[in-house]
Design a protein. Structure first.
Length: 406
C-alpha cells in the first residue's frame, strides 16, 4: 500500500498535534516510554518475535541475523543513556532553545534497524516525527510505531509512518511542507533530490552514502591477541551482511604483506565460524555479479581466501572496495599514519573506523586532526552496535533537533 499527498498531510497533522502531549512530559517520562517500547520489540517479546518471523522475507537477511540486529540495537535504547543524551543535548543548546515542531525522516533500505535511533532521539527531545519508509522495507518502522502506541497511545501518535515511491514529487512536497527539518538517510542522489524539493525552505540533515574501515596494529596481531582480533572483526563484517555504512569494507593492518595474509587466513576462518550462528541471507543477482568481478580481480592482484559465503582479499592499497555481502579487503600499511593517509580517497564518506583498543586513542587523534574526516573511532567488535549517543557524520547525534524559541 502506498500513501498519497492527502495521507502524508494527515500524518503530519496528527504528529504535530501529538507533539503538544510529547513536550508536556518530562525527559525521564519520554525516556521510559521509548525504552519500554524497545523492550516490547526484543526477540524474546511477543511483538519482537513476530518481527523476527516476518522480516527475513522483506530484508533478505536470515532470521538469526534479524534477531541479532534487533537485540543488539534495542539493548542500547535504555532509560539511563537516553536521559544522559537528553541532558547533553540540553547543555549544548542555546538558552531558550525549543524542540522542532516536526521532523520528517527519509529512511534507506539497507539497515532495517536504523529507524530505532533515527526516531527515538528526536522523540526523546520532544520532536514528533513523520517517517517515510523505504519502499522495500516497511515493516519495522510500523512495528516500532505499534510498540510506542502500546506503551502510550497518546504519545504513540507522535510517530507517524508513510510509504511512497521516492521519485513521487507530489508526495515529497507533502513530506517537506510541514516539517521544520528533514533528516535524510540514503544515497547521495536521494539527499540531493530531497534538497532540491525543499528548495532552501527547511534544513536538510544529510546522512548520505557511507562506508567504514578497520585498523589492526601489529600488537593486535601478536601472540595472545591474534585470534580475538579476528573474531571480533569478523562480527563487524558479518553483521547486516555488510550492507550498512558502519560495515567495514576494508581493513588496514600494520605489517608486511605476508603478515596480512596470515591474518586474512584467520579472519576467513572466523567468518566461516559465523556461518552457522549468523548465516548470510540470499545474495541478490546484482550483488552476485559484482562479487564475481571483485573476487576475480582480487585473485589477479592479491591473495583471495574464499569461504562458503564470504571472501577475504589481501590486496595492495588503492584496490577497489568490495561489494558487501561479507567480501572484505585487507591492506597492509606501515601504521596508523599510513592507514589514515590511505583512507583519504574516501574520507568524505567515511563514517566509522573500528580499531584494536590499544590503537583507539591514536586513531581517534588521527581522524580529528584532519579536516577531511568526519568519522569516529570505536573498538573492533562494536562497529555495528553503536551506543545511543554515538556521533553521526562527525556531529553529535542530537544536533539539529532543537531550534531557537519563538
Amino acid at each position: 500500500m502506498r500513501d498519497g499527498p492527502p495521507e502524508i498531510r494527515s500524518a503530519a497533522a496528527a504528529a504535530l498535534h501529538a507533539g503538544q502531549a510529547l513536550r508536556s512530559r518530562t525527559v525521564e517520562a519520554r525516556a521510559r516510554w521509548i525504552a519500554e517500547a524497545a523492550d516490547r520489540l526484543m526477540p524474546s517479546a511477543k511483538l519482537g518475535a513476530n518481527v523476527v518471523r516476518t522480516l527475513p522475507d522483506e530484508t533478505g537477511l536470515s532470521a538469526p541475523m534479524v534477531a541479532w540486529a534487533l537485540r543488539t540495537t534495542l539493548e542500547t535504547v535504555d532509560v539511563e543513556p537516553l536521559v544522559r543524551l537528553a541532558r547533553a543535548a540540553s547543555s549544548e543548546a542555546n538558552e531558550g532553545s525549543a524542540p522542532l515542531r516536526l521532523l520528517s525522516i527519509v529512511l534507506a533500505g539497507n539497515v532495517f534497524t536504523a529507524v530505532a535511533r533515527g526516531a527515538a532521539i528526536p522523540l526523546l527531545l520532544g520532536v514528533p516525527v513523520v517517517v517515510k519508509t523505504s519502499s522495500r522495507q516497511t515493516q519495522f518502522p510500523q512495528a516500532l510505531k505499534r510498540a510506542l502506541e502500546t506503551v502510550d497511545q497518546q504519545l504513540g501518535a507522535a510517530m507517524q509512518v508513510v510509504t511512497f515511491a521516492g521519485g513521487d514529487e507530489a508526495c515529497n512536497e507533502a513530506l517537506v511542507e510541514s516539517a521544520d527539518a528533514v533528516s535524510v538517510f540514503g544515497s547521495d542522489e536521494t539527499v540531493s533530490a530531497i534538497r532540491r524539493r525543499a528548495g532552501g525552505r527547511v534544513p536538510i540533515q544529510a546522512h548520505g552514502h557511507g562506508m567504514s574501515a578497520g585498523y589492526c596494529s601489529a600488537t593486535a596481531l601478536g601472540e595472545g591477541q591474534f585470534d580475538e582480533t579476528a573474531d571480533v572483526l569478523a562480527l563487524d563484517v558479518a553483521a547486516y551482511d555488510q550492507r550498512g555504512c558502519l560495515s567495514p569494507s576494508v581493513v588496514f593492518v600494520e605489517g608486511t604483506a605476508s603478515a596480512a595474509v596470515a591474518f586474512g587466513v584467520r579472519l576467513s576462518k572466523a567468518l566461516g565460524d559465523l556461518e552457522d550462528s549468523l548465516p548470510r541471507g540470499e545474495l541478490p543477482a546484482d550483488v552476485a555479479a559484482a562479487q564475481l568481478q571483485w573476487r576475480g580481480l582480487a585473485e589477479v592482484e592479491g591473495t583471495l581466501l574464499r569461504g562458503g559465503t564470504h571472501a577475504v582479499a589481501v590486496v595492495p592499497e588503492g584496490f577497489s572496495l568490495g561489494p558487501g555481502s561479507r567480501n572484505v579487503a585487507i591492506v597492509p600499511v606501515s601504521g596508523v599514519g599510513g592507514a589514515i593517509e590511505a583512507m583519504r580517497g574516501y574520507a568524505r564518506h567515511l563514517k566509522c573506523v573500528g580499531c584494536d583498543r590499544a590503537s583507539l586513542p591514536t586513531v581517534a587523534r588521527g581522524l580529528t586532526s584532519e579536516a577531511d574526516y568526519h568519522a569516529y573511532a570505536t573498538p573492533l567488535g562494536t562497529m555495528q552496535t553503536p551506543s545511543i549517543d554515538a556521533p553521526q557524520d562527525g556531529r553529535p547525534v542530537f544536533e539539529g533537533y532543537l531550534r531557537p524559541a519563538d
